[in-house]
Write a protein that binds this ligand. Structure first.
Ligand code: FAD
Length: 396
């Protein structure tokens, strides 16, 4: 039987997981088919999105060359996929020189992920979207602290030493903690009073992470406060202009920097790719991640709308979910190729809840299962978080 070509579009966590699991699952197939794997990504390496906030405080390389990952046996093509022609079974892309090109596939996995939601142009501030904006955030607060060290007006100095993070999901929490710890350290090094640093975490909801247990929230709030972050609940930033953040409760905050972190939208590039989409722009898939009306095409991770048919619940957009889906996808594709019934989706956290939140070198881990509500704080959660991040990125 002839070889098949499997293209994976997007080498984020879902794409790398799919590549690894498909390779493992199809290594020894009953009908002896061999598969050639091609990874197409617009970037020259794997972007470690889980660590996207890290370079807001220290210079850290978060784009890893494909050859440095612990996955081999694939060809890499750098290009931005523009469309999928499912009748002709080919993918159109624009290469690094901007030329149009195409590749034929037998199997295709679409894992083009999501994009951090951006504020409107007139809302000011800066959104933590990619390595470039992350570097701009780092330079922004460092520059402000240098100016604060020279500033003689106490009000102006205080403003330069204040940052607000709008959006209190896990990444907002981690970013604000990282910033507070680093800004205090830098202030001390510059001879400025570190206790004048203010980092506000603006939470639109009544309490942090409403879905977690009270015990976990209490410990988390304590740890965040220890890092030097002040959480403002029921508080939404509306816009920032000239260093003044207008809040939804009529009050305002004077800041040196406002960072927006308010969630993820499906990749906007999907709109023109020719794949069937849900109203909110996710790829439409069945319960085995097959793209409707496109034979041989699968999709998972942040870009797909994956629903547990038993509970009707949508999968969350996290790296954990992407990893569990990838394991199932390997089995699904193998079953489809061998003409057997394929597994179907089941919520990745169907019988437990868990969070791992990094706070500088430390962190908080929460697990709720079988009526137990376990919370661990300190350095071990920080190490667990780092281990999860390294494993999800297939680092050597
Ligand atoms: C700041 C931040 C912090 C986060 N923190 C956590 C956390 O602590 N824990 C957690 O579990 N989750 C976290 N998440 C969510 C997590 O990052 C996502 O769920 C995860 O990245 C989804 O993986 P993915 O592969 O589906 O998408 P992505 O990671 O977005 O990968 C998509 C890939 O597709 C490529 N691509 C996109 N368009 C094209 C195209 N047209 N052609 C070719 N290639 C393309 C991109 O370059 C990228 O490599 C965080 C997200 C952000 C933004």
């Amino acid at each position: 039987m002839s070889d098949l070509t499997c293209i994976i579009i997007g080498g984020g966590y879902a794409g790398l997981g799919a590549l690894y699991q498909l390779q493992s699952a199809t290594r020894e197939m009953e009908n002896g088919r061999r598969i050639r794997f091609v990874l197409v990504d617009k970037q020259p390496g794997h972007l470690r999105k889980l660590r996207l906030f890290r370079p807001t405080t220290v210079e850290e390389e978060i784009v890893i060359p494909w050859s440095d990952l612990n996955i081999g046996g694939f060809e890499f093509v750098q290009g931005t996929v523009t469309s999928v022609e499912s009748e002709k079974k080919r993918v159109q892309y624009s290469d690094v020189q901007g030329n149009d090109a195409c590749i034929r596939y037998d199997l295709l996995v679409v894992t083009v992920g999501s994009m951090v939601r951006r504020p409107d142009h007139d809302q000011g501030g800066i959104a933590l979207t990619d390595p470039e904006t992350v570097a701009a955030i780092r330079e922004g607060w460092q520059d402000n602290l240098r100016k604060a060290a020279e500033e003689t007006n106490p009000v102006a100095q205080k403003r330069l030493m204040t940052v607000a993070v709008a959006g209190a999901g896990i990444s907002g929490i981690e970013t604000s903690a990282e910033l507070a710890l680093s800004m205090r350290k830098e202030a001390t090094a510059l001879g400025v009073n570190a206790s004048d640093i203010s980092v506000y975490l603006l939470n639109a909801k009544e309490r942090l992470l409403p879905e977690v247990s009270e015990k976990f929230r209490r410990k988390l709030c304590h740890e965040i406060a220890e890092c030097g972050v002040s959480v403002l609940n029921n508080c939404k930033a509306l816009r920032e202009e000239g260093g003044v953040v207008t809040l939804n409760n009529g009050a305002s905050l004077e800041v040196g920097l406002l960072i927006w972190m308010f969630g993820l939208d499906p990749n906007p590039g999907l709109r023109n790719m020719g794949l069937p989409l849900t109203l909110d722009g996710h790829v439409l898939v069945d319960e085995s991640y097959r793209v409707s009306g496109a034979p041989g095409v699968y999709s998972n991770g942040d870009c797909a709308k994956i629903i547990d048919s038993k509970t009707g619940k949508s999968e969350q957009k996290t790296c954990f979910e992407a990893g569990i889906q990838a394991i199932r996808l390997g089995k699904i594709v193998k079953a489809d190729l061998e003409g057997r019934p394929a597994p179907i989706h089941k919520a990745s956290k169907s019988n437990f809840d868990a969070y791992t939140i990094g706070l500088g070198q430390k962190g908080v881990v929460w697990l709720r299962k079988w009526g137990l509500d376990v919370v661990i704080t300190g350095k071990i959660p920080g190490r667990i978080k780092k281990m999860i991040e390294d494993k999800a990125s297939y680092l050597r």
